[in-house]
Design a protein around this ligand. Structure first.
Ligand code: SF4
Length: 214
C-alpha cells in the first residue's frame, strides 16, 4: 500500500467514525473564538467553555476586553492556567484589533499571527472554524496522532502542519483536526491508547509497534 492510499484510508475511516465535526470551543462570533482559543493553551476545552460562559456575559465586545482591568481579568480566567500571560495577551490583542482592524477579526494569517498571544495554531482555528479557510490546526492530539500514524517524523508543530498539508487534500484540512481530537479523546488516549479497539490499527505504525512490544 502506498502512503497516499494509507492516508486515504485513514481519512475515510475517521470520517466514517466521527463525520464532519464541529469546533469544541463554544463561541458565537470570531472574537469569542479568538479569545477562547487563547485561553485553551495548556487547558482543556471543557474548562475553557465553563469559563467563557460567564466571561462573554461580562465582556461583550473586543472593546470591553481592550479596556479590561488586568487584575480583574486575571481573576476571571484564573482557572484556565497561565492566567497572567493570557490576560496580558487578550488585552493587548484586543487593543490592536481596535486600533488596526476597527475591532474586526482579520482572516489573514500574517495579520492574525501579529496579534499578541496568537500563533499559527490559534490563527488556524479562527481561519478554519469561522472563515472556512482550509487550515490545519496542530494541537497536542494532532501532533501525537500524526506521529503515531506515521504521517510525520517531525515533532515541531509547524513542520507537522506542512507535512500534513502536503498529504491531505485541502477540503479535509478543517475536519482532520476535530476528527483526530475525537479519536485522541475516545480511543487513542495519551499514555494508554486502546489499540485493540482501534479501527486505525491496520494503518498505524505506532500502534503496530506498541502491539508487538506487548
Ligand atoms: S492503533 Fe493505537 S496508537 Fe494507533 S491510532 Fe489507534 S489507538 Fe492510537
Amino acid at each position: 500500500m502506498t502512503k497516499k492510499e494509507k492516508v486515504e484510508q485513514i481519512l475515510l475511516l475517521l470520517r466514517e467514525q466521527y463525520g464532519p465535526t464541529k469546533c469544541y470551543l463554544d463561541h458565537e462570533n470570531p472574537w469569542q473564538l479568538l479569545v477562547a482559543t487563547i485561553l485553551s493553551a495548556q487547558c482543556t476545552d471543557d474548562r475553557v467553555n465553563i469559563v467563557t460562559k460567564d466571561l462573554f456575559q461580562k465582556y461583550k465586545s473586543v472593546k470591553d476586553f481592550a479596556e479590561a482591568n488586568i487584575i480583574e481579568l486575571e481573576k476571571d480566567i484564573h482557572s484556565t492556567g497561565f492566567y497572567h500571560n493570557k490576560a496580558k495577551n487578550i488585552i493587548a490583542c484586543c487593543q490592536k484589533l481596535l486600533s488596526e482592524h476597527n475591532g474586526e477579526i482579520p482572516s489573514d494569517l500574517d495579520a492574525l499571527t501579529s496579534l499578541a498571544g496568537v500563533g499559527r495554531k490559534t490563527a488556524n482555528v479562527v481561519r478554519g472554524n469561522w472563515y472556512g479557510i482550509p487550515s490545519i490546526v496542530v494541537d497536542t492530539h494532532v501532533k501525537r496522532l500524526s506521529i503515531l500514524l506515521g504521517l510525520t517524523k517531525n515533532h515541531d508543530p509547524v513542520k507537522i502542519e506542512f507535512d500534513l498539508m502536503k498529504m491531505i487534500p485541502e477540503e479535509k484540512w478543517i475536519d482532520i483536526n476535530t476528527q483526530l481530537i475525537a479519536h485522541g479523546r475516545k480511543i487513542c488516549i495519551a499514555r494508554r491508547p486502546k489499540c485493540n479497539e482501534c479501527f486505525l490499527l491496520e494503518y498505524c505504525t505506532g500502534g503496530q509497534k506498541l502491539q508487538k512490544g506487548k
